[in-house]
Design a protein around this ligand. Structure first.
Ligand SMILES: Nc1ncnc2c1ncn2[C@@H]1O[C@H](COP(=O)(O)OP(=O)(O)OP(=O)(O)O)[C@@H](O)[C@H]1O
Length: 279
């Protein structure tokens, strides 16, 4: 589904992403972890076409998209949920989600302004698609409430629904669980797990190693822009290079410790990690 070869990008002469090779087969959920500043978000932006690569190539389903802008890659099925993204205030939950489907709408400005019959029909279809996406993330009953009145965890799921509305084939989730605790975190993990079971191809950036380990089939570890490990969650947690990069030379990255989404190191039985696994 996704193939990245020799991908590099630097800012002011410093590599943010350095000669990254990565293959994500269709149906796989790939975790992407690494310390702060490792290059995770930059890699996502390079895959989504929001940043230009200095070198290397990106292929989606066998088609090279390296030079395509973000909207053309979206048409190839790439959707991204940004780190710390907020819902649009002043819109209901379903209206927030409909914004995602509007990227695929056919009617132009004139049709919308005149409320033509075709435009109204398309609007109904978009609303139905948005309601179906809300159902997939467990928010159907909150469709008509102001989105900003939802708790943070539900706002995150609404953003996920917005991305799903574009019917992606590759979904990039940049720290979707950041700042979530307890039941909210467990609910999000349950939704991501459901999408995985449906066979959606996903990449998931998270600081919380327990959260990623529970949800990903395979994990890639970045440090200083380069891939330092790639394997099953268990293999990666035991890899000495990963442990050192993450926590320092004397630490362990097994069930005993994991860096939580706020960047602090917490025991695995702390609230966030435990809830993610227990979902
Ligand atoms: N637009 C930019 N301009 C300059 N430097 C940037 C820019 N974007 C990223 N960087 C730098 O590139 C490096 C990688 O940043 P990036 O945000 O991709 O890391 P990250 O792994 O996502 O970090 P975090 O976990 O903190 O979100 C960092 O050193 C960062 O300061």
């Amino acid at each position: 589904m996704l193939s990245v070869r020799g991908l590099s990008r630097s800012f002011g002469g410093v590599f943010a992403v350095r000669e990254v090779d990565l293959t994500v087969p269709a149906g796989q959920t790939r975790g992407l972890i690494g310390p702060n500043g490792a290059g995770k978000s930059t890699l996502f932006n390079l895959v989504a076409g929001l940043l230009r690569a200095d070198a290397g190539r990106v292929d989606l389903d066998g088609t090279e998209v390296t030079r395509l802008p973000a909207h053309r890659r979206a048409a190839h099925g790439v959707a991204i949920v940004f780190q710390g993204a907020r819902v649009f205030p002043g819109l209901t939950t379903v209206e927030n989600v409909m914004v995602g489907a509007h990227t695929q709408a056919r009617h132009g400005f004139l049709g919308a302004a005149l409320r033509s019959r075709r435009c109204r029909r398309e609007e109904r279809t978009i609303r139905d698609d948005a309601l179906a996406a809300l159902d997939r993330v467990g928010l159907a009953e909150w469709a008509d409430v102001p989105a900003e009145s939802l708790p943070l965890g539900q706002q995150r799921r609404a953003q996920l629904a917005r991305a799903l509305c574009a019917q992606p084939r590759l979904l990039l989730l940049d720290e979707p669980g950041a700042g979530l605790r307890g039941a909210e975190r467990a609910a999000l993990a349950g939704v991501i797990d459901g999408l995985r079971a449906e066979g959606l191809t996903m990449m998931l950036v998270e600081h919380d190693v327990g959260f990623v380990s529970r949800l990903a089939d395979r994990v890639t570890v970045l440090d200083l822009g380069a891939v330092i490990a790639d394997g099953t969650p268990d293999e990666v947690r035991r890899d000495p290079a990963v442990v050192t990069a993450y926590l320092g030379p004397d630490a362990t990255l097994g069930p005993a410790a994991a860096r939580d989404s706020d960047g602090t190191t917490a025991p695995a039985d702390a609230e966030g990690d435990d809830d993610a696994r227990g979902a």
